[in-house]
Ligand binder design. Sequence first.
Ligand code: HEM
Length: 301
Amino acid sequence: MKAQAGICAEPNLHALYLMFNRTGDGAELAARLAKLPVLWDAVSADFPDAGFSGLVAVGAEGWDAIYPAVRPPQFRGFMAQSANGQEAPNTPFDLFVQLRADRVDVLHHAGHRVMALLAGLVELAEEVRGFRNLDYRDLTGFVDGTENPQDAHRAEVALLEGGEFAGGSYIHVQRWVHALTDWQKLATKEQEDIIGRTKVDNIEYESADKPLTSHIKRVNLKTPKGESMEILRQSMPWGTMTEQGLYFISCCRTPQHFNAMLASMYKGEGSHYDHLLRFTKAVTGVALFAPSQDFLLSQGK
Ligand code: HEM
C-alpha cells in the first residue's frame, strides 16, 4: 500500500496547512478525495525541483460521513487536556491538507488546485503558512526535530502495517501560540531547563540533570513493555505579525503515543507538568487519519 508522501517527507522550507469542514455530500467528497493522489503527482511532475509533497487526512468526527463502510480501528476524537489552568482543546475539522515544498509559489498553485477540486463540498476553516526558521529552530530559539526518527525508521514509526489501513497514519495537529515576550525575559539557562537541551549547540541534558518539568522529560515515554514510545513530528513554525508559534503535527501508526505524551505534558508526575506550557498555548487540537493512496483511490466512484 503506497503511503501519501507527506507523512514521511523529509523537512523542507515551506508549508501550507488547510483545514476544511464538509458542507456537501460525503460520498461525493470521497470521490473527489480519490483524485488527490493524481493531483499530488501532477504538482510534483510540473515542479520537479520543488521537493513537493501532499497529504490529506480525514477528521475523527467527519470520517463516517465520508467513508461509512470502514473505520481505522483506534480512531477517536482528539483527547483534550485540562490541568493547572492550561487547556489543550479538541477543535474538530473534517479535512486537513498539508502541502510542503521548497517553493512558496508551488504551494500557492497546489493550494488553488486543491480548492478547485473540493469546491462546493467543503468550506475552508483555517489557512496557515509554515516556514523553516533558521537552522530548524522553533520560534523559542531551540532546534526542533532532532530526536525524530530517521530514514527507514520514519515509516516504521508513522505507518500502519497490514490490513486495509496499511500505509495509513494517525495524525494529530495542534496550532500553538507562543508567549514570546515572556519567554524572552527568561535567562538562557532557565529556557534550557524548560526544554531539557542546550540552546545554541542543541545538546541533550544528562538524564539526571533533566528537570521533571522539562519538555523532554515529559514526552520521552516508554510503553508498558519498556520500548520507547515514538512519533514522527512534521511540525513547522508559523506566524503573522500579531501571533506566532508552532504548527505541531504528529504522525504515528497508533494514536496512543501522542495521547500519552500530551497527557504527560499537562498532568505530569505529581505536580510536575511541562513548563513549556507556561509560555505557549494550544488553540486547536484535531485527531485525523491519513489513509494510503490506494485506500483513497479505492473509495472513488
Ligand atoms: C522534542 C519543542 C510540543 C513531543 C522537542 C524539542 C523541542 C520541542 C525544542 C527538542 C528537540 C527535538 O528532539 O526535537 C516543542 C514545542 C512544542 C512542542 C515548542 C509546542 C509549542 C510537543 C507536543 C508533543 C511533543 C505537543 C507530543 C504530544 C516531542 C517529542 C520530542 C520532542 C516526542 C523528542 C523527545 C526525545 O526523545 O528527546 N520538542 N514541542 N512536543 N517533542 Fe516537542
